[in-house]
Design a protein around this ligand. Structure first.
Ligand SMILES: Cc1cc2nc3c(=O)[nH]c(=O)nc-3n(C[C@H](O)[C@H](O)[C@H](O)COP(=O)(O)OP(=O)(O)OC[C@H]3O[C@@H](n4cnc5c(N)ncnc54)[C@H](O)[C@@H]3O)c2cc1C
Length: 328
C-alpha cells in the first residue's frame, strides 16, 4: 500500500512517520483505489435476515440490503473509540451464542495502601496471579506473565498485569492475589552475586538492591526492617531470606479489573466454533461472516489482537468474494 515501515530489534513494526494516522490514510487510499464505497459515522441499529441475504437498519439512513455480510464491529472495550457491543443483540437474534463480555488487557486494581510511595515506579517483573479460593488448601495459580509493570495510585498497569486481567475478570468476588518477581530472568545471577559477596561489607542497596529501581529498593529494605546502611556481611540468614523473598515474591492483594473504559479488548462474544476458520463464514447463518474482536478471541499485549483482526478480516473478505462469485 506504499506505507514505509521500520522494525525495532525486538520485532515491533512501525510506520516511518511514527504516526497511526499514516496507516489510516494508507488503508483509506487502498479502499478508494479498489472502488469501495464507504458509509462512515452511521450506526447500524439492527441486522435482519431476509430471503436473499440481510437488511441493515441505521439510525439516520434508509435500510441497506446485501447478500453477504461481514460483521467486524469489535467488542465492548474502550467505548469512546466506537465499539460498545451493540451488534451482539442482532447476532444473538440471528442465532449465534454470545458469551458474556468481560474487560481484558486492562489494569488491575489492588489495595495500594502500603505501596503509596511506589506510585510511578516502573520495571520488568514476572507476575503470577492466584485465587486464594475460600475452601482451597493453598492458593490456586491462574496464570503467569513477564513484562513491564507500573505501580499506580489505584493498582497496577502495564503488559505484565494486562495479560492476566481476563483471568481476574472471570472470577468476580474471588480472593485474588499476585506474587511479583522483580528479577525475571536474572534471579540466579543475583543470588550468585549475593552468595559470592556474602561476607563483604557491601551495602544491601548495591547487592542485591542495584537490580531494583531505587524507590522500590528503599521500600523493600523498610519492609524487612533493615536500615539503609546494612551490608551483606552484617545481616543474618533469616534476614537475607526475607529480603530475597520480598524481591522475588512481592505480595499484592488484587481487588479486580478496571472497567471497559480502560481495557484494550473485551473477552467473550461469538465462540470461534460457530464460524468456519477457512472462510470466517458463520456455521449458523449462511452468508454472514464474522471477524476480529466480535469473536471470542483475545491475545496477549504485543500486536496479537490487531493481527487477529486484520488476518480474520482478510480471510473473511476472501471467503465472501468466493461466495459472491458462486452467486453471480
Ligand atoms: C487504547 C487501545 C490500545 C490498543 N493497543 C493494542 C496493541 O498495541 N496491539 C494489539 O494487538 N491490540 C491493541 N488493541 C486492541 C485492538 O485495537 C483491537 O483488538 C482491534 O482493533 C479489534 O479490531 P476489530 O476490527 O475487531 O474491532 P474495532 O477496531 O473495535 O473496530 C470495530 C468498528 O466497528 C464500529 N462499530 C461498532 N458497532 C457499530 C455499529 N452498531 N454500527 C456501525 N459501526 C459500528 C466501531 O465504531 C469500530 O470502528 C488496543 C485497543 C485499545 C482500545
Amino acid at each position: 500500500m506504499g506505507l514505509l515501515t521500520f522494525a525495532t530489534a525486538d520485532g515491533w513494526v512501525y510506520p516511518v512517520s511514527e504516526s497511526a494516522q499514516t496507516v489510516v490514510a494508507a488503508f483509506a487510499s487502498a479502499l478508494q483505489r479498489a472502488g469501495v464505497s464507504l458509509l462512515l459515522e452511521h450506526k447500524v441499529t439492527s441486522i435482519r435476515k431476509t430471503l436473499n441475504g440481510f437488511a441493515l437498519s441505521f439510525e439516520k439512513q434508509p435500510e441497506l440490503q446485501c447478500t453477504t455480510l461481514l460483521v467486524a464491529a469489535g467488542g465492548k472495550a474502550y467505548p469512546t473509540l466506537g465499539s460498545r457491543g451493540e451488534c451482539f443483540t442482532s447476532l444473538a437474534k440471528l442465532g449465534h451464542t454470545v458469551r458474556p463480555l468481560l474487560p481484558a488487557l486492562g489494569p488491575l486494581s489492588a489495595d495500594m495502601h502500603l505501596y503509596q510511595s511506589l506510585q510511578g515506579v516502573r520495571l520488568d517483573a514476572c507476575v503470577t496471579l492466584f485465587d486464594a479460593g475460600k475452601g482451597n488448601a493453598s492458593p490456586l495459580p491462574l496464570g503467569e506473565t513477564t513484562g513491564n509493570l507500573i505501580f499506580t495510585q489505584w493498582g497496577f498497569n502495564g503488559p505484565a498485569v494486562m495479560d492476566l486481567s481476563h483471568l481476574a475478570a472471570r472470577r468476580p468476588g474471588a480472593e485474588l492475589s499476585m506474587l511479583m518477581n522483580f528479577l525475571p530472568g536474572r534471579e540466579e545471577q543475583v543470588r550468585g552475586l549475593v552468595q559470592s559477596h556474602r561476607r563483604e561489607p557491601i551495602p544491601l542497596a548495591v547487592i542485591p538492591g542495584s537490580s531494583l529501581p531505587p524507590k522500590l529498593c528503599t521500600f523493600i529494605l523498610e519492609q524487612c526492617k533493615l536500615p539503609p546502611e546494612s551490608t551483606l556481611a552484617k545481616i543474618s540468614e533469616p534476614q537475607l531470606k526475607k529480603l530475597m523473598d520480598w524481591i522475588t515474591a512481592f505480595p499484592v492483594k488484587v481487588s479486580g479489573v478496571r472497567g471497559f473504559d480502560t481495557c484494550q479488548v473485551s473477552a467473550g462474544g461469538i465462540p470461534v466454533e460457530e464460524v468456519d476458520s477457512v472462510s470466517m463464514q458463520s456455521r449458523r447463518v449462511p452468508g454472514l461472516y464474522l471477524a476480529g474482536e466480535t469473536l471470542d478471541v483475545i491475545g496477549p499485549c504485543g500486536g496479537y489482537n490487531l493481527q487477529f483482526a486484520f488476518s480474520s478480516g482478510a480471510v473473511a473478505g476472501m471467503g465472501m468474494a468466493r461466495t459472491n462469485l458462486t452467486i453471480d
